[in-house]
Design a binder for this molecule. Structure first.
Ligand SMILES: Cc1cc2nc3c(=O)[nH]c(=O)nc-3n(C[C@H](O)[C@H](O)[C@H](O)COP(=O)(O)OP(=O)(O)OC[C@H]3O[C@@H](n4cnc5c(N)ncnc54)[C@H](O)[C@@H]3O)c2cc1C
Length: 379
C-alpha cells in the first residue's frame, strides 16, 4: 500500500487527472482501487464515513450482527490507496465548469466525475408504501427494523396473550427470502428462551410475492427447495399475490383482503435515487442515468457472472454457479458463509462477524440470539 501512496504523491506532483468518485459502495470502492493504481488523483465522496456491506443487513435487522460489523471506515480506505476522502452528500453538478457541490457547501473540482450512488426502494405508486414500508438498504434501515422488532417483542411480553406481532415482507427475491427465513428462526428457536412468556404463535411472518415463484432467477429445483424450507419454518408464503396498499397496521391485497401487518418490510424493487433528478443528467427507465449516445455504453463492457446465492437459515441455502452447477442445504450454507466473510470489507469486520454469526448459530436456543445496543423505542 505504501507503493500506492507514493504513486498518489507522484500523481499530485505531475498533475495527473483529478477524478471525483461519489458513492462508496461496492462500485465506488472497486473504482477507486483501479484509478489509484492507474496513477490518478482520486477524491472519494460519500454521505457516510463508512461503506455498508448490504448483503448482511438482514442479520443486523434481526440482531445477529452489530451495525458496525457491516460498516467499513472510508478514511482508512482512502489513506491506504493514497486518495482523499470528503464526507458530504452530492447536491449539485455543474459540468460546464467541472465542479460539484456537497450538502455542506463544499465545492470540488474534477476532470472526471464518477457517480456510483447505488439505488433506492421503488414503491411503484403503491399507496402508503413509502410512508409505512420499512426499507432495507442502509445501516439505519436495518437498525430501525431491529429496534422495532425488539420493541414489539417487549410489548408482547408485557401485554395479554391476545396481542400478536404480524410481519409482512414484500418481495420474494433474495433479500425477502433471507429476511423471512431468519425471522422465522428467531421466532422458532430464539423466542422460547429469550422470551419464554411469549407463545411463538403470536409472532407471524408472511412473505408476499406477486410472481408465481420465489427467487425468480434461480433454477426451479432451488426455488422449490427455498419455498419448502420457508414453509417448514412456518413462514406464510403467498405467491401470485399483489399488494395494493400499506397502512400502519395492515396490508391490503389487490383482491381487497385486509391482512394485519404491524411491520411491513419493502424488498420488492429498486430504482435510481430521487436526488438524481435534480442534477440535469439524461435518465432512462427506472431513473437510470443514460450514458453515451442514445443511452449505449461508450466502451465494451463485459460482466462475468460468478453465480447467485441466497440463504434461508441455519444450514439452509441455495447456490447456483456459472455453467449450471447447483448446490443446496448445508454445503451451500457453508459456501454462503465463507463467501460473505471473504467479501466483507476489513479484517476486523471479518473477525467480529465470524464471532457474532458463530455465536448466533451455535447458541440460538440458549439465549445467545439477540444483540442489542441502542434502547428499543418506548412502547
Ligand atoms: C439487503 C440486501 C442484500 C443484498 N445481498 C446481496 C448478496 O447476497 N450478493 C450480492 O451480490 N449482492 C447483494 N445485494 C446487492 C448489493 O449489495 C448491491 O448490488 C451493491 O451494494 C451495489 O453497490 P453500489 O456501489 O452500486 O451501491 P451502494 O452499495 O448502494 O453504494 C452507494 C453509496 O453511495 C452513497 N450515496 C448515495 N447518494 C449519495 C449522494 N447524493 N452523495 C454522496 N453519497 C451518496 C451511499 O451512502 C452509499 O455508500 C444486496 C443488497 C441488499 C440491499
Amino acid at each position: 500500500m505504501a507503493r500506492l501512496q507514493r504513486k498518489a504523491r507522484r500523481a499530485s506532483a505531475t498533475g495527473a487527472p483529478r477524478v471525483v468518485v461519489v458513492g462508496m459502495g461496492f462500485g465506488g470502492l472497486a473504482t477507486v482501487k483501479q484509478l489509484t493504481r492507474a496513477g490518478m488523483r482520486v477524491t472519494l465522496v460519500d454521505r457516510n464515513i463508512y461503506s455498508t456491506f448490504q448483503p448482511l443487513l438482514y442479520q443486523v435487522a434481526t440482531g445477529g450482527l452489530n451495525p458496525s460489523d457491516v460498516a467499513y471506515p472510508l478514511r482508512g480506505f482512502a489513506h491506504r490507496y493514497g486518495a482523499r476522502f470528503r464526507r458530504g452528500e452530492l447536491v449539485h453538478i455543474d459540468d460546464a465548469v467541472r465542479k460539484i457541490t456537497l450538502s455542506h457547501g463544499e465545492k470540488l473540482d474534477y476532470d472526471y466525475l464518477i457517480l456510483a450512488i447505488g439505488i433506492t426502494a421503488a414503491y411503484y405508486g403503491i399507496t402508503g408504501a413509502d410512508k409505512h414500508g420499512l426499507a432495507m438498504y442502509t445501516r439505519r434501515d436495518a437498525v430501525a427494523l431491529r429496534d422495532q422488532i425488539l420493541a414489539w417483542l417487549e410489548r408482547l411480553s408485557e401485554e395479554d396473550q391476545g396481542r400478536c406481532l404480524a410481519i409482512t415482507i414484500v418481495g420474494g427475491g433474495a433479500t425477502g427470502v433471507e429476511l423471512a427465513g431468519t425471522l422465522a428462526e428467531l421466532r422458532n428457536i430464539a423466542l422460547p428462551t429469550a422470551y419464554p412468556d411469549i407463545d411463538r404463535s403470536r409472532m407471524r411472518i408472511r412473505l408476499v410475492e406477486q410472481a408465481p415463484v420465489l427467487l425468480a432467477p434461480y433454477n426451479p429445483s432451488l426455488r422449490e427447495y427455498a419455498h419448502r424450507q420457508l414453509l417448514n419454518r412456518g413462514v406464510d408464503v403467498r405467491l401470485d399475490t399483489k399488494i395494493r396498499e400499506i397502512t400502519a397496521d395492515h396490508v391490503v391485497l389487490a383482491g381487497g383482503d385486509h391482512l394485519p401487518s404491524d411491520l411491513t418490510v419493502w424488498a420488492a424493487g429498486v430504482m435510481a435515487p430521487d436526488s438524481l433528478g435534480g442534477w440535469g443528467l439524461p435518465q432512462g427507465r427506472g431513473g437510470r442515468i443514460r450514458v453515451g449516445p442514445a443511452g449505449k455504453p461508450t466502451a465494451r463492457f463485459e460482466y462475468h457472472d460468478k453465480g447467485i446465492m441466497a440463504t434461508i437459515g441455519r444450514r439452509s441455502a441455495v447456490v447456483q454457479l456459472r455453467y449450471g452447477m447447483r448446490i443446496r442445504g448445508t454445503l451451500a450454507w457453508f459456501a454462503w458463509l465463507a463467501l460473505h466473510l471473504v467479501t466483507l470489507l476489513g479484517n476486523r469486520n471479518r473477525i467480529s462477524t465470524l464471532i457474532n454469526l458463530a455465536y448466533r448459530y451455535l447458541t440460538w436456543g440458549r439465549g445467545g440470539a439477540l444483540l442489542v445496543d441502542s434502547d428499543p423505542p418506548a412502547n
